[in-house]
Design a protein around this ligand. Sequence first.
Ligand code: FPP
Length: 261
Amino acid sequence: MMRLFVIIQIQKDVNDVAGSSAELKIPTHIAFVMDGNGRWAKKRFMPRNYGHSEGARSLKTVIRSLAELGVKYATFYAFSTENWNRPQEEVDGLMQLFDEQLDSLKEYEKENIRLLFIGDRTRLAPGLIEKMAECESKSADRTGLNVIIAVNYGGQDEIVRAVRKVAELAGEGYIKPQDISGKFFESLLDTNGISPVDLMVRTGGEKRLSNFLIWQNAYAEFYFCDTLWPDFGKKELIKAIEDYTSRDRRFGKVSVSKADA
Ligand code: FPP
């Protein structure tokens, strides 16, 4: 009896998340620009950092839904190389929020979630760098959803850092110009080993990339919505995946129907 109840409950949860999940094409890698926290807070006459805290709550809801749907990689743009130019109070608040949130994020053991970070860590506080490394090592053997958090990340900065590594390797005589292929270059990016982005979601109404995963988004499908990030949840995520399911991904080729014509 108990066993039957558990099976029915699992089926109900899947249906709640995915509606008719069988019809959805689940992207391997979804990237999120979590925009709109500040406006969400302003609408409530609250400080911007309150919006970021509520954004962290949404982040956790989305992570659980992604794991249930069987998504393999999800990258979240938490702090860009340009975000240092925000008011000091907001920067400090964000850094404190990351520090607090990492304690709960690393606990996703039951959900089999692995945590990874991309971006230049050298400018971050030593305590935060230590916690990030601890999250990565503690979750390294988990085989479910890979959650990748971009902190002090910029797509241009990532490419410049990779080019520097190429120059160092060439300077020390390890590689020749003809050894540099796309695959080799990719292996020097922060996202080494992570598959390219299939679906890029940006909340908050703006329609731009903002220096996020420039290389990895080369053939991504883009989904923009007006929902502010703290209001983005399971339902909105399903809408984005439904939209992705309807796209004809050609990767520079022609679609089968056009080729036949
Ligand atoms: C952009 O919205 C949002 C950010 C720069 C910060 C995003 C951070 C979180 C959601 C917290 C995540 C927590 C962890 C642990 C990774 P905005 O402030 O630019 O919004 P606005 O356009 O309305 O001003």
